[in-house]
Design a protein around this ligand. Structure first.
Ligand SMILES: Nc1ncnc2c1ncn2[C@@H]1O[C@H](COP(=O)(O)OP(=O)(O)O)[C@@H](O)[C@H]1O
Ligand SMILES: [Mg+2]
Length: 326
């Protein structure tokens, strides 16, 4: 399953992503954690020290390798240079799994040991101004979008993306790539305004969006969020002394996380798991084609000098059975 944490800077995306990843690791499920936030802090939030985090390979630097691997022998994608962030897979493309080993993980992922098991971590690398535009050919988050568009993931295996709710994710279609999107909102007007904007984009694409209230301190905070987001409010998290201790570089064992916060994490997992039944690979594939054609016309054709609409394989539907022998 694919799960995103989005929200305003400082709302707690990275903190809650890292807690959720730690929680999933305790269940023994395979987890790929991806840092696609402007401020790259997920590695540190998962316990790496600054030097280890700085040494992580950046997906954004490995785009040519990623593209060459993914296009495989797909005859519609004739070179890595004409492959843009939205280029969809088709017959001959190489698909990815959560658990396997492959050259993309070899190049981009590192294992991070947590209290209760290891997860794979990939990071986009720090954003430049150009990455924040909609058209960027070298976009850092483009590497993540390509990964998600070629991923055949099943139940009980998780990809968790810590992500910026920016123009890039809306224009490219990245915001439609998840089984569940958790929008982290503090009980403030700014916090909920990001929710409104996201909801607006999400409306036409059947994006499952739930709000996670963070730094919620009392009834007044709760009432505010309820009034502003209604039933989209899934759960709230208060101030965590466990998180504060971790920020001081003294992480307690995860088993010592506060009970209320642990139960909030269970609520998140249950909500994400419940979306599995509604998964629709046909729609998932159609949406990637939709955004690819949009990007082709708005900048991709001009940038690559190719007709990128021709990359679309009309008969192809991504799905769990796709790569299995007939
Ligand atoms: N529930 C919480 N309890 C204690 N501190 C928190 C909590 N949520 C976030 N923080 C702190 O708030 C700051 C911003 O959180 P962060 O996760 O980095 O936000 P974002 O990734 O959305 O920019 C961090 O210092 C983090 O430790
Ligand atoms: Mg962050």
């Amino acid at each position: 399953m694919k799960i995103a944490f989005v929200g305003k800077g400082g709302s707690g995306k990275t903190t809650l992503s890292s807690l959720f990843i730690r929680h999933l690791a305790t269940t023994g499920a395979p987890v790929v954690a991806i840092d696609a936030d402007i401020n790259q802090h997920l590695g540190v939030a998962l316990g790496l020290d600054e030097a280890e985090a700085a040494a992580l390979p950046a997906m954004g630097d490995r785009l040519p390798l990623i593209k060459d691997y993914l296009r495989g022998s797909n005859p519609r994608i004739t070179s890595a240079e004409t492959m843009i962030k939205t280029t969809p897979p088709g017959e001959g493309s190489r698909l990815l799994r959560v658990r396997e080993n492959n050259p993309v993980y070899d190049a981009c992922a590192r294992e991070v040991q947590l209290d209760d098991g290891a997860v794979r971590l990939m990071v986009t690398g720090p954003f430049t101004d150009a990455d924040l535009g909609v058209a960027c050919y070298h976009s850092k988050t483009g590497a993540v979008e390509l990964y998600l568009n070629h991923l055949v993931d099943g139940r009980d295996e998780y990809v968790v993306v810590d992500m910026t709710a920016g123009s890039d994710s809306f224009a490219s279609g990245m915001f439609t790539r998840f089984d569940m999107t958790f929008l982290v909102a503090e009980p403030t007007r700014k916090g909920v305004s990001v929710y409104r904007q996201y909801k607006e984009y999400a409306r036409d694409f059947e994006v499952a969006l739930r709000v996670v209230g963070n730094k919620v301190q009392g009834q007044d905070d709760l009432d505010f969020l309820r009034a502003e987001v209604g039933d989209d409010l899934l759960v709230t998290v208060g101030h965590s002394d466990w998180v504060r201790a971790m920020e001081k570089g003294r992480p307690p064992r995860f088993a010592l996380l506060e009970d209320t916060n642990r139960s909030a994490l269970q609520t998140l997992q249950a909500a994400a798991d419940a979306t599995y039944e509604r998964r629709d690979w046909q729609r998932y594939t159609q949406q990637m084609v939709h955004f690819h054609l949009k990007n082709a016309v708005s900048w991709g054709n001009e940038r690559t000098g190719a007709d990128l609409a021709a990359q679309v394989d009309p008969g192809f539907v991504l799905g769990e059975g796709v790569a299995a022998p007939a």
